[in-house]
Design a binder for this molecule. Structure first.
Ligand SMILES: [Cu+2]
Length: 258
């Protein structure tokens, strides 16, 4: 176990393969019972049962079985030095163009969206936990419905960027878009060179790390952002507790449709 967020009842756990369900992975997990984690420390080895229900999952029956030194710094390690090109963007700053490939295999740059407000999120399609990437997908599908119904928000575009280009090829993204009923004239799925995607995503505070032994062992956080029509960062939502309603309120607050 790598770190503890007691107030939010979260543990970041590096776990072995769960046979028939998910590969070895490092992810945040909610715990059923907050009192079960008060005595734990980073580096503790635990046994636990992952209970998955239709809209979420949590750990129950947590038992400390030993401890081992941490291999990696915890997820909140300091950002790389300022000259690295990974600096966090501040609201009002211009979003870099990046270079991507879309779900149809076309070369794209984020600059293509200038002139339209964009809501963008970062996911990977194999994410096994319903409350992480799949929740971002569901929220975007909800947003799409409102955007289609409200003429004042007609110009808004949705962009989903995958940080798992090895798996999420254009064809995989296209199939994923179909399962979400995505209207591809409004909602674009991007992938690309892994380092280029990581560098772009890092500017918004997305951190992704992959295990050397198994690149599907992905540890990541969540960021969803609004980029204004002039290509500058307008708003950043961290984690998975934002709502489509909040985003719509913020979009309307930008004065779109005036
Ligand atoms: Cu995920």
């Amino acid at each position: 176990m790598q770190s503890i967020d007691a107030p939010r009842k979260l543990l970041i756990v590096k776990h072995e393969e769960i046979k028939g369900f998910m590969p070895a992975m490092t992810m945040p997990y909610e715990v059923e019972d907050a009192s079960a984690i008060t005595a734990l420390a980073p580096g503790d080895l635990i046994n636990s049962t992952l209970v998955v229900f239709s809209n979420g999952a949590h750990l129950s029956n947590i038992k400390r079985v030993g401890s081992a030194p941490l291999e990696h710094p915890p997820a909140d390690a300091p950002m790389p030095a300022a000259s690295s090109g990974f600096e966090l963007l501040k609201p009002g700053e211009a979003v870099p163009s990046g270079s991507f490939v879309d779900q149809d295999g076309r070369k794209r740059s984020f600059g293509d969206f200038t002139g339209a407000p964009v809501v963008m999120t970062f996911i990977y399609t194999k994410c096994p936990l319903p409350t992480f990437c799949p929740l971002m997908d569901r929220h975007f599908a909800t947003l799409q419905k409102t955007l289609q119904a409200d003429p004042a928000l007609k110009a808004v575009r949705l962009v989903t960027v995958s940080f798992d280009p090895a798996t999420d090829t254009p064809a995989v993204l296209k199939a994923h878009a179909r399962t979400l009923n995505a209207d591809l004239t409004r909602w674009t799925f991007l992938t690309g060179d892994r380092d280029a995607v990581d560098r772009f995503a890092a500017r918004f505070g997305v951190s992704v790390s992959r295990a050397m032994s198994d690149p599907r062992d992905i540890s990541h956080n969540l960021r969803t952002v609004i980029v204004a029509a002039n290509g500058t960062l307008a708003k950043v939502y961290t984690g998975n507790d934002w709502t489509p309603e909040q985003v719509l309120t913020d979009l309307r607050g930008l004065g779109i449709g005036d």
